[in-house]
Design a protein around this ligand. Structure first.
Ligand code: U2P
Length: 272
């Protein structure tokens, strides 16, 4: 009997040791893979304007933030991206798979402020399809290794930045609101964000509407000017900026999923 219990406890110890060996090997391999990349220069914190994205929604499914009964009237997070000063960026730096369990405590906040704005799955680093969060973690999060080493820290850092630099509030306080009638001077929007954040943002437009607003940060998360700042601030429309002199911050009417479909459907339904 005694020898049986010695045998089982040695077996458990052996199992534990081999598991910790495997995990430490995996961690070492991931950090090695990440180190192979040239170290990035700064972060771009990319926010998207749902009014611009959701106006073109024709396909609804349960996960699509554009299909919620109440429209999203705030900027939502696109991603926290490590970037190079030359305008390029590293991507897919290690095979650290996204594990939703690791961010379970953040899910309600992620759902509200970092929803996907489309249906279907997003392409992943390995060529498969997965969630928007898995895509952003795999493509950008894994390249933040010099500063952010794990998935929980990546998503919680992005949320922390989101609340610290509350761009929706900054713009509202400066008199910029969602509207399909108003046009705003690009230079005024840039100036309002610059004044509040302390550095010049980058704006990306689609057909004259603000689609994305990016705040740039040093690797210790101090605001710094985004690379194309002089273009936007100049309030000139020129070839490097996708925004005209006057831009809109449109609102949208959500397509709403029928109640019974939203619970069961994950593949999506089409509205014409
Ligand atoms: O701008 C189009 C897409 O290119 C990726 N991007 C852009 C700028 C940048 O600094 N870093 C970067 O990764 C984004 O790709 P995504 O994360 O959506 O796959 C952006 O949408």
């Amino acid at each position: 009997m005694a020898s049986l219990s010695i045998f089982t406890s040695s077996l458990s110890l052996l199992l534990l040791l081999s598991l910790s060996f495997l995990f430490s090997k995996e961690a070492a391999a991931n950090s090695l893979e990440a180190q192979k990349q040239r170290e990035f220069d700064y972060f771009a914190f990319a926010l998207q304007w749902p009014g611009t994205f959701c106006r073109k929604t024709h396909h609804c499914c349960s996960q699509n933030g554009c299909c919620r009964p109440e429209p999203l009237t705030w900027f939502t997070i696109h991603g926290l991206w490590p970037d190079y000063d030359d305008g390029t960026w590293p991507a897919c730096c290690s095979h650290t798979e996204f594990d939703i369990k690791k961010v379970s405590s953040l899910l309600p906040t992620l759902e509200k402020y970092w929803p996907t704005l489309s249906c279907g799955s997003t392409s992943q680093c390995d060529g498969s399809r997965g969630s928007f969060w898995a895509h952003e973690w795999g493509k950008h999060g894994t390249c933040s290794y010099a500063v952010i080493q794990d998935e929980y820290s990546y998503f919680s850092k992005a949320l922390e930045l989101y609340f610290k630099y509350n761009v929706t509030e900054i713009l509202n306080d400066a008199g910029f609101f969602a509207s399909n009638a108003e046009k705003y001077r690009l230079g005024d929007i840039v100036a309002a964000v610059k004044h509040a954040v302390g550095a010049t943002p980058e704006l990306v437009c689609k057909h004259g509407s603000v689609q994305e607003l990016r705040i740039c940060l040093t690797k210790d998360f101090k605001p710094r000017d985004c690379l194309i700042h002089s273009v936007a601030e100049d309030n000139a429309s020129n070839s490097r900026s996708s925004c005209p002199r006057s831009v809109s911050l449109p609102s949208y009417e959500p397509l709403v999923l029928p109640q019974d479909v939203s619970a069961a459907d994950s593949a999506g339904i089409w509205f014409s």
